[in-house]
Write a protein that binds this ligand. Structure first.
Ligand SMILES: C[S@@+](CC[C@H](N)C(=O)[O-])C[C@H]1O[C@@H](n2cnc3c(N)ncnc32)[C@H](O)[C@@H]1O
Length: 240
């Protein structure tokens, strides 16, 4: 017994770190009226209620959510993340329906919903679906959020048609990303066949012909890009 106590005394004393403060962050440069109505006590309770893995801030610089654990997401998540701004600059999301794969706790979902016409967010884990619904509500949005595994074709088939897919930090979680690439390639090939059929029917004006040719060129480039991803992933898997 004494030996055991002495051994315990020699163990390094790792003090649990206090975690991020409840307030005092740079305020979000976006209105957050639904959160502003919470007292500090209400917000503290909300932050304890769920097992959050990241946090954002409100327009008063208060914490919404929590870090994942010591040294994991100790800093507030940006709204918007720079990649969402880039996506919007590139694809002009205002009139687009965006599918977000792997929405986690809704941080990117909010920034997407701030910009896009419509957002559907999916995640394979129900706890992430719940946290995304709640965080989006707090920041003024109510996107469609579903539990859906991107690797299961039947679950994906139940999703609506969208214009843009946002997919960051999910690929390395998948059992077999190459299967997903193959499925995407088959869809592109089907679109190519449809365009071919459309091009050969009826008497089209020059403008319509040019649009079809443009779409074919884009699809071919997308297919080449998928081939490149597949070969890189396969090389990476072999070397791992
Ligand atoms: C590391 S987080 C990335 C979150 C966010 N996209 C980002 O960049 O911060 C990965 C997310 O993908 C989800 N995920 C993992 N595998 C998935 C799958 N097969 N289908 C849908 N979501 C998945 C996880 O539950 C998690 O929420």
């Amino acid at each position: 017994m004494l030996k055991r106590l002495l051994r315990r005394d020699r163990l390094p004393q790792t003090m649990p770190s206090a975690g991020p403060p409840a307030a005092g962050f740079a305020p979000l440069s976006r209105a957050t009226p639904r959160i502003d109505r919470f007292s500090d006590e209400d917000l503290a309770e909300l932050n304890r209620l769920l097992k959050w893995n990241c946090f954002t801030v409100d327009s008063q610089g208060r914490r919404v959510g929590d870090r994942a654990r010591t040294a994991k997401r100790e800093e507030p998540q940006d709204i918007p993340d720079r990649r969402i701004v880039l996506l919007d600059d590139t694809f002009a999301l205002r009139d687009k329906h965006v599918l977000e794969v792997g929405c986690f706790e809704g941080v990117h979902t909010i920034a997407l919903a701030d910009r896009a016409r419509e957002v559907t967010a999916i995640d394979s884990r129900i706890e992430h679906v719940v946290k995304t619904v709640l965080r989006c509500y707090l920041y003024g949005h109510a996107p469609e959020v579903r539990r859906c595994n991107v690797e299961l074709a039947d679950e994906m088939a139940a999703l609506p048609e969208v214009d843009v897919v946002h997919h960051v930090g999910v690929l390395y979680h998948l059992v077999d990303p190459v299967v997903l690439i193959d499925r995407q390639r088959r869809e592109y090939l089907q679109s190519l066949r449809d365009l071919d059929a459309a091009a050969s029917t009826g008497d089209k004006g020059v403008a319509a012909q040019l649009m079809v040719e443009g779409a074919v060129l884009h699809l071919k480039a997308d297919i080449e890009w998928l081939d490149l991803i597949e070969s890189r992933l396969t090389q990476w898997e072999r070397s791992a």
